[in-house]
Design a protein around this ligand. Structure first.
Ligand SMILES: NC(=O)c1ccc[n+]([C@@H]2O[C@H](COP(=O)([O-])OP(=O)(O)OC[C@H]3O[C@@H](n4cnc5c(N)ncnc54)[C@H](O)[C@@H]3O)[C@@H](O)[C@H]2O)c1
Length: 571
C-alpha cells in the first residue's frame, strides 16, 4: 500500500524545480501538510526535509532550480523517534522543548519516524495539542435511550460537540422534534438548549459527522434461557468500527457480561477498522450507574468508574468524565469495570430479595413484615433493610443479576445467593395476585366482572420515571387476567397511556374515575403523588366491600379502615 505521505516524498537527486511543483500542489490537497517535502531514500528512510524557506535560502546562496534538492535540504529536522504510540508523541515533543533542543519555529513540522528512521507520520504541534486535549474531541453516542440521550446531552451541556444516532426511526423522529421519548427530569429543556447546536441527531458517522470518541449505549437485554443477548451491542460496535480512524476512542457504557469489551467489542472494532486496540484506537468500559428519574443530576455527582484496555485508554475516558463529575474511580481492567456495574445492581437486588423473604416469613407467622423491618432498622445502624415490595422490576434489576450469574458460570462458578434472591422477589407478585384473587372470589358476586384499580405502573415511583419496562404492575395484570375477566384501570401520573394499552389497562388521568365502583385498589409503586390523594373520600366511592392492597405501605391502616367496607392489606 502506498505511504499516506508518498506525494510529498522526494529523492536527493530530484531537481528543485520538481520539488517546488510538489510544494505548490500540496496547497490544494487537504490531507497533506502544505509547504514541506520529505527527502527519503528508496526504503522511505528520512534523510532530511525541504520547505519553501529552505529553497529560498538556497536560491540566495546561488543554488538553481535545476540543481538537486539535496543542495537545499535541511538535514536535521525536528524528529520524534519510535514513540510507543501516537498519544505519547506530544509528551516527547514537550521533553525536547523543555530540554531546549528545538526552536519554536520548528514546531510546525514534526516528523515521526520508526527505529530505522523510516517515516511514519508528520504532525504540527498545534495538531498534537488539539488531538490530545479532550475539549476538542467530537463525541459520538450510539443508542439514544435512557442512557445515551441523558449522557449525550449532558456532554453537550458541558461544552462537547455531540452527534447521536439511534437505530429506531421513532426515537430519532421524536428527538429531532425536540421531544425526548421518555420522561426524565430536566431532559426536555436540555434537548431544547442543545439540539441543532452542540447536540445533533445524525443518521451516520461518516464524513462531517465523524467523531473522535464514541460511547456505546445500546440495550443489552436477556435472550433465551436468561442469557444476555449482545446482538444490539455487536451491531453498534460494528458500525463504529467502520468509521474509526487512528487515535479515536471507544467507551462502552451498556451493561455487559464480564469480558465483553475485550472479547466481543475489541475484535469487532479491530476487524472493521483494521486498527489494533490500544495502539490504533483506545478502548474503555465506563458503566452507567445513574438511577432513572435522577439521571441528569447523578451524571454530575456520581463517581465514574473507568477501566481501560491500557493506561492511555483509561486516561482519555477519565479526562472526558472529569468535565462531568469531580470524582473518577480507575479500576485495574476492563473486566473490573464491567463487574462493578453488575455488582452494584446485583447487591441491590439481593438486599431487596432479603427484605421480601422477611416479609414472606412474617406472613407465615401472621406478623406484619413491614413493621418488623422498621423495628429492626430503628436506631440500629447495622441493619439497613429496605422495605418489602411487590416484586423487583425495572429494566436493570430484572436482567443484571442474570448477567452476573452468567458471568460467574462462564468461569465455572455456580452462584447460590443471587438466583435465590431473584426467585424470592418473583414470588411477591404471585403473593399479591393470590391475596387479591382470594378476596375477589370470596367477596365479589359471581357473574360480575370485578373492577381493579392499580396505582403505579412505572417500574418504580421514586425517583419519578415513565419507564414501564419490568413493571411489576404489568406482571400483576397478566396474573390476574384469568379471574372472571376483570376490568383493569390504572392511575400513574408519570406513565403514557400507550405504554399500558397493549395490556388492556385503562389509564385514567383523574383518580376518581379509577376509584369509582372499584372492587380492589392495589398500590404497586411508591409514587409521591399517591400520598397527596384523599384516599378516604376516593375509597368511599368504591364498591362495598373493597380491598385496599397497599404493597408499599404508603397509608395508615386505621385511616383506610375507617372507610366502611374497606379492607386494608399490605406485605
Ligand atoms: N436505563 C437505565 O437507567 C440504565 C442504567 C444503567 C445502565 N443501563 C444499561 O445501559 C444500556 C442501555 O439502556 P437504556 O435503558 O438506555 O436502553 P434503551 O432501550 O432505552 O436505549 C437503547 C437504544 O439503543 C438503540 N439501538 C439499538 N441498537 C442500535 C444500533 N445498532 N445503533 C444505534 N442505536 C441502537 C435502540 O433503538 C434504543 O433506543 C443497557 O445495557 C442497560 O442495561 C441502563
Amino acid at each position: 500500500m502506498e505511504h499516506k505521505l508518498a506525494k510529498i516524498f522526494v529523492r536527493q537527486q530530484d531537481p528543485i524545480r520538481m520539488v517546488l511543483k510538489k510544494l505548490t500542489a500540496n496547497k490544494t490537497d487537504r490531507d497533506l501538510p502544505p509547504g514541506i517535502a520529505l527527502v527519503v531514500d528508496g526504503g522511505e528512510k528520512l534523510l532530511g526535509i525541504v520547505t519553501n524557506g529552505d529553497i529560498r535560502r538556497a536560491f540566495a546562496a546561488g543554488v538553481g532550480v535545476r540543481d538537486p534538492v539535496v543542495k537545499a535540504m535541511n538535514r536535521s529536522p525536528s524528529v520524534i523517534e519510535k514513540p510507543p504510540n501516537r498519544t505519547e508523541v506530544l509528551s516527547l515533543v514537550f521533553d525536547k522543548i523543555r530540554a531546549g533542543e528545538w526552536p519554536k519555529d520548528r514546531l510546525e513540522k514534526i516528523i515521526i519516524v520508526d527505529d530505522r528512521r523510516r517515516v511514519l507520520d508528520l504532525a504540527s504541534f498545534y495538531d498534537l495539542v488539539r488531538s490530545s486535549d479532550v475539549r476538542f474531541k467530537h463525541i459520538g453516542v450510539v443508542g439514544l435511550g435512557y442512557v445515551g440521550l441523558t449522557l449525550g446531552l449532558t456532554l453537550a451541556d458541558v461544552g462537547f460537540t455531540v452527534n447521536g444516532i439511534d437505530a429506531s426511526p421513532d426515537v430519532m423522529r421524536s428527538i429531532v422534534k425536540g421531544k425526548p421519548h421518555f420522561f426524565e427530569a430536566g431532559l426536555t429543556q436540555l434537548l431544547k438548549d442543545h439540539l441543532g447546536a452542540r447536540f445533533r441527531a445524525v443518521d451516520s458517522f461518516r464524513k462531517e459527522n465523524n467523531c473522535d470518541v464514541y460511547f456505546i449505549a445500546v440495550g443489552t437485554p436477556l435472550g433465551t434461557g436468561y442469557k444476555p443477548d449482545l446482538k444490539y451491542l455487536s451491531s453498534a460496535v460494528e458500525s463504529v468500527g467502520r468509521v474509526l480512524k487512528p487515535g479515536d476512542a471507544v467507551i462502552l457504557r451498556s451493561t455487559v457480561p464480564i469480558g465483553t469489551t475485550r472479547n466481543v467489542a475489541a475484535p469487532i472494532l479491530e476487524k472493521e477498522s483494521g486498527l489494533k486496540a490500544g495502539e490504533g484506537f483506545l478502548l474503555a468500559f465506563a458503566p452507567e450507574r445513574t438511577a432513572e428519574g435522577k439521571a441528569l443530576e447523578e451524571l454530575r455527582v456520581l463517581p465514574q468508574v473507568i477501566g481501560g484496555l491500557n493506561r492511555a485508554s483509561s486516561d482519555l475516558a477519565a479526562n472526558i468524565f472529569a468535565f462531568l463529575t469531580l470524582s473518577t474511580v480507575l479500576v485495574d481492567s476492563l473486566e473490573a469495570a464491567e463487574m462493578v456495574k453488575l455488582v452494584n445492581n446485583t447487591y441491590r437486588d439481593v438486599t431487596f430479595g432479603f427484605a421480601n423473604e422477611v416479609s414472606l416469613v412474617a406472613k407465615h407467622w401472621g406478623i406484619d413484615g413491614k413493621s418488623v423491618i422498621d423495628a429492626a432498622n430503628y436506631g440500629y445502624q447495622r441493619s439497613r433493610i429496605p422495605a418489602p415490595s411487590p416484586g423487583v422490576g425495572g429494566y436493570c434489576l430484572e436482567k443484571d443479576p442474570f448477567i452476573f450469574i452468567q458471568s460467574a458460570k462462564a468461569k465455572g462458578y455456580e452462584p447460590l445467593l443471587v438466583p435465590a434472591a431473584r426467585k424470592i422477589s418473583d414470588r411477591m407478585v404471585e403473593r399479591v395476585a393470590a391475596d387479591v384473587s382470594a378476596f375477589l372470589k370470596a367477596r365479589v358476586p359471581a357473574g360480575k366482572n370485578p373492577k381493579i384499580l392499580i396505582l403505579g405502573f412505572a417500574f418504580k415511583g421514586e425517583p419519578l420515571t415513565s419507564d414501564v419496562r419490568g413493571s411489576t404492575a404489568i406482571a400483576l395484570v397478566q396474573r390476574l387476567r384469568s379471574l372472571g375477566r376483570p376490568l383493569f384501570f390504572g392511575f400513574d401520573p408519570a406513565v403514557r397511556k400507550d405504554d399500558v394499552a397493549r395490556d388492556r389497562v385503562n389509564l385514567v388521568r383523574d383518580p376518581q374515575a379509577g376509584f369509582k365502583n372499584a372492587d380492589a385498589v392495589i398500590v404497586m409503586n411508591n409514587n409521591r403523588a399517591f400520598a397527596e390523594l384523599d384516599v378516604r373520600s376516593l375509597l368511599a366511592k368504591s364498591s362495598r366491600p373493597v380491598l385496599f392492597f397497599d404493597s408499599w405501605a404508603l397509608y395508615n391502616r386505621e385511616e383506610i379502615e375507617k372507610v366502611k367496607g374497606a379492607e386494608y392489606r399490605r406485605l
